[in-house]
Design a binder for this molecule. Structure first.
Ligand code: CP
Length: 333
């Protein structure tokens, strides 16, 4: 049995095969690959795209999705092993995963960090607990990485630019009033490096460098492809000659749980917005964001609504790549 937890567990040819299948599913959306199959979608956090695209995608292939969330009547879950369950949780993840496996053929999990301790959050306990105890494949619908978003992003990049080897890929931190999850940034870094791009991480200070786990995976993949991962705090150097700009905001890892101290730092960098002046430094770069996005904070309307922005294509591709992923996991048994 194979899970889809992180793209680092899958080879580049395996991921490309999923993208190739997603392209076929985009041309011919309906089929019976999931006939009689059910996916449980467990959302511990909000969603628009993920929830809709998994549900619609399962239906397109003859399957069915059930959305579960604690606010929607699910029992509160305990994720720690060996604890006396005398708190709020009514059910242990071991039991929930086993029982869902008896009803469903796939389980999707969305579980963001708690934003109190990065050392705890980086263990990705909820996803890993479901993967350990489920008897059916588990799909990461965003925890501390967002592999489905990575795949949609990659597919849209290939649609726009064709072969990606050697392209200058800039992942830029951008201002948001709240400290957000690093999941999409971790994912963007890894998929760009894995697919042969020269990656530049642009962020305001060293505090905004991503977790060493993902920096290392990306650096090793880049090196294997004869490329590199570079960190800069200089927007001019990053945007210069870029082929791709991907914008995302995230909280500084050293400040997890100490956000009042981080706020004055992030507030100094509102000028990291993706705007027309910075894009003019690029090599007519294409640009995107995973959405949801605060307009005119992360990116100006002019850039987002311009012809080089492919954010809606990327969002659409969530549907196609997730169908390919569900199909592949079900076929693998
Ligand atoms: N990009 C993304 O995962 O969107 P949602 O949070 O709306 O699912």
């Amino acid at each position: 049995m194979r899970h889809f937890l992180n793209t680092s567990d899958w080879t580049r040819p395996e991921l490309q095969a999923l993208i190739d299948d997603a392209r076929l599913l985009k041309e011919s959306p309906h089929g019976d690959a999931l006939e009689g199959k059910t996916i449980a979608l467990l959302f511990l956090n909000n969603s628009l795209r993920t929830r809709t695209s998994f549900d619609v995608g399962a239906r397109h292939l003859g399957g069915h999705a059930i959305v579960l969330s604690p606010s929607g009547g699910m029992w509160p879950l305990e994720f720690e092993d060996g604890v006396v369950m005398d708190g709020e949780a009514e059910e242990h993840v071991r039991d929930a995963a086993k029982v869902l496996s008896r009803y469903c053929d796939l389980i999707g999990i969305r579980a963001f960090p708690k934003f109190e301790s990065w050392e705890e959050d980086r263990k990705d306990r909820i996803l890993n607990a479901f993967a350990a105890h489920s008897e059916v494949p588990v799909i990461n619908m965003e925890t501390i990485t967002h592999p489905c978003q990575e795949m949609a992003h990659l597919m849209a990049l290939q649609e726009r630019l064709g072969p990606l080897d050697g392209k200058k890929y800039v992942l830029t931190w951008s201002y948001h009033p709240k400290p957000l999850n690093t999941a999409v940034a971790n994912s963007a870094l890894m998929i760009a490096a894995k697919f042969g791009m020269d990656v530049t991480l642009l962020c305001p200070t060293d505090d905004y460098i991503l977790d060493k786990r993902y920096m290392t995976i990306a650096s090793k993949d880049a090196e294997a492809n004869g490329r590199s991962v570079t960190v800069t705090h200089d927007p001019g150097a990053a945007y210069g000659g870029a082929d791709i700009v991907y914008a995302k905001s995230w909280g500084a890892l050293p400040y997890f749980g100490n956000w009042d101290a981080e706020k004055p730092i992030r507030d100094r960098y509102k000028d990291f917005i993706v705007d027309e002046d910075k894009m003019a430094l690029t090599d007519s770069a294409v640009v995107s964001h995973c959405l949801p996005m605060r307009r005119n904070l992360i990116m100006t309307d002019g850039v987002f609504d311009g012809p080089n922005c492919f954010a809606y294509d990327e969002a659409e591709n969530r549907l196609h790549v997730q169908k390919a992923i569900m199909k592949r996991l079900v076929e693998a048994g």
